[in-house]
Write a protein that binds this ligand. Structure first.
Ligand code: 13P
Ligand code: SF4
Length: 346
């Protein structure tokens, strides 16, 4: 059930001209460094600072290649929680670095560009969640990890694309559920669990743009391929319907988090994979399964927020120890409770 009168949704953040971009362009040292020098500098500084570099699966290839760990939102949270490094350089978007800061209050968490936002996280504010809860005072609030710390603080449980179904399945069957902010993921979870939920009408502009017409005819062109879908995709409900009707092959169609997709291509004997998510993941897939073929379902499914993290910004981040991501202890304690409840389930 969608409660659209709770809008307006906030404006999409812009990364056209960020402060960090201007800073590296104007930096005398950085401007004159080659790619090799930047990588050498990053390697020296990460040792000196006892820093770990975490990168999301959608990061630019060069960033994935230098990271200590590349993963999906759930894996990156787990890595952050268990690292013994003093500094975490988070190459991803802001809510991911914030999650690391919530889980590691004693560590310094840096993001190379704090304006790396997320169009999905921007669709809901803590004030909107409070108003929604007033309307459903007995409901359990499940917040996708793509939310700000303030929104997580209003939630009872957090979830990621890797565990949303399991989290909802673990909830008492007689309670109402408010699921936010991704309506496509929410609809998918409803279908998989049979639980009726109230859904926040938010979406990620990149995945919402992957529409049923991008899927249509794919298996005619690639009859031996597997289709891998991210549950944020705008086509997910139609794909689930097509699966139920036998219009998509059940043994060839899979719904996964980004790292779930990577595990699939690593182990599946199938030579061709049709990939319905942000295209940055193709770099990781090609590295993990170099002899296989990967076809993006939508070639221009590109997240500009993820791509705003660049090599010069990572170097500057470690050199100048910028930009530190902090969350107030009161918000962090409440948000941590929702994240830890999720980690207890999966
Ligand atoms: P994953 O948790 O599947 O990596 O997804 C994160 C995300 O931002 C999807 O757009
Ligand atoms: Fe957010 Fe979408 Fe980018 Fe993921 S791909 S970080 S959900 S804007």
């Amino acid at each position: 059930m969608l409660e659209t009168d709770l809008l307006p949704v906030k404006q999409r953040p812009s990364v056209a001209d960020t402060e960090a971009t201007r800073a590296v362009e104007q930096d005398e040292e950085i401007r004159n460094m080659t790619e090799e020098q930047l990588i050498e500098g990053i390697n020296r500084l990460r040792k000196e600072r006892n820093a770990v570099i975490l990168a999301h699966n959608y990061q630019l290839p060069i960033i994935q290649d230098l990271a200590d760990f590349v993963g999906d939102s759930l894996e990156l949270s787990r890595q952050a929680a268990k690292t013994d490094a003093d500094v975490i350089v988070f190459c991803g978007v802001h809510f991911m670095a914030e999650t690391a800061a919530i889980l590691c209050p004693d560590k310094k968490v840096l993001i190379p560009d704090p304006e790396a936002g997320c169009s999905l996280a921007a669709t809901v504010t803590a004030e909107q969640v409070r108003r929604w809860k007033e309307r459903h005072p007995d409901a359990i609030v499940v917040a996708y990890i793509n939310t700000t710390a303030e929104v997580k603080a209003e939630a009872d449980y957090c979830c990621t694309s890797a565990n949303a179904v399991k989290v909802v399945q673990a909830l008492p069957p007689d309670r109402e559920i408010l699921f936010l902010p991704d309506m496509f993921l929410g609809a998918y979870v409803q279908q998989m669990t049979g639980r009726r939920m109230y859904l926040w009408p938010g979406e990620c502009h990149v995945h919402a743009g992957i529409r049923p017409e991008h899927i249509q005819g794919l298996f005619d062109r690639y009859p031996d391929a597997d289709l891998l879908l991210h549950p944020e995709c705008g086509c997910i409900s139609q794909c689930m319907y097509a699966l139920a009707e036998g219009e998509l092959p059940a043994d060839r169609t899979f719904v996964y988090s980004t790292s779930g997709m990577v595990r699939h291509v690593r182990t599946s004997p199938v030579p061709t994979h049709l990939v319905a998510t942000e295209v940055g993941i193709l770099h990781r897939m090609c590295k993990e399964a170099p002899h296989k073929r990967f076809v993006p379902v939508k070639e221009d499914a590109i997240c500009e927020y993820m791509k705003t993290i660049t090599l010069p910004k990572v170097y500057r981040s470690l050199r100048d120890m910028v930009y530190e991501v902090t969350v107030s202890p009161e918000i962090a304690d409440r948000a941590r409770r929702a994240i830890e409840r999720m980690l207890e389930i999966v």
